[in-house]
Design a binder for this molecule. Sequence first.
Ligand code: FEO
Length: 403
Amino acid sequence: MKDIYSAVKVTDNVYWVGAIDWTIRDFHGYTTPHGSTYNAYLVMADKITLIDTVKAPFMGEMLARIKSVIEPSRIKYIISNHSEMDHTGCLPEVIDLIKPEKVFASAVGSKTLKEIYHDEHEIIPVKDGEKLNLGNIDLTFMETRMIHWPDSMFTYLAKDELLFSQDAFGMHLATLERFADEIPAATLEYEGATYYANIVLPYSQIVLKALEKVAASGMKIKIIAPDHGPVWRNDIGWIIELYKKWASQKPTAKAVVVYATMWHSTEKMARAISEALAQAGVKVKLLSMNETHRSEVVYEVLDAGALIVGSPTLNNNILPQMADVMTYLKGLKPVNKIGAAFGSFGWSGESVKHLEAIFKDMKVDIVAESVAVKNVPDAGILEKCHELGKTVASELLKRTAAN
Ligand code: FEO
């Protein structure tokens, strides 16, 4: 029987030979309800070259797709653009199987691969700007440190004006469509933004510099081939402009109200704050951490100008659901946010102070006095919450008026 898997032609010289993971639902804390792909690419040059590999359990699928084009033993070079295990999990086994002449990675990547796999395979370090001649085709390497690991690099195929961009411009989306132009724009924008917010956000300044570096290099790019999700081949300007927008984190007149609740007191406060924000003309997203995944919160925070957080006090602290999302948000380092805190308590009431302290660490500009209530909010406390919402809305509209 012919193998069920086949390669997908990207250009006359390049095939997609990756794997589709329909069932993955968690990527180190980032929920992936629509699965993902691990993209690997075959460059059909004189020296046939494999760009990246796939997560270990998917090696068979990748090899089957390669076999639909050539015998894998004909691969002469392997390039690892990014050491993370979703792209190198099967690399040592593939090297043993294929026995390529050479394997390349960035200088940091060659060390990182040793630290991960502790094997004897030689990984040749390449420099930023270095060219690799494949006979009839040249590849150029471009270091992209911290997008999103220190080892990360892009590989450019000038002949096809194609950029292999590893995780950048990717998304966790399992589809049989291999090209972005085969997928609705709204899906691409949502999945791309969610991926950016959960993976790339802390490195936004580096992203902006990398985009400038690519523009200044005069590198012509018609196709972007990332390591997850679809290949961009038409109107790549659309995704590049979105990356600029997401990386610049310009605040909009949108507030995200995030809370967790024990007996609905903090929830009542959250609702009063949200109503005031909306009445003042601010777009509001109200998210209960009793029901919402942290990944969705970060997606909503990406373009918001205000973040308002609430928690009851539990054992002198905040509720674990709030500790979870606040830790996650702090690590992703969103910028240009204003904020405020609120919460209920039974007797000691430390939650609001804890939330304020986290906001200070995150450099969120606290623009309204926190509201805390003992037990259940009465009409007076709800009025104070309403005032908190109005104060945040007024400050947010002032700051975003020029945008
Ligand atoms: Fe898709 Fe950073 O690995």
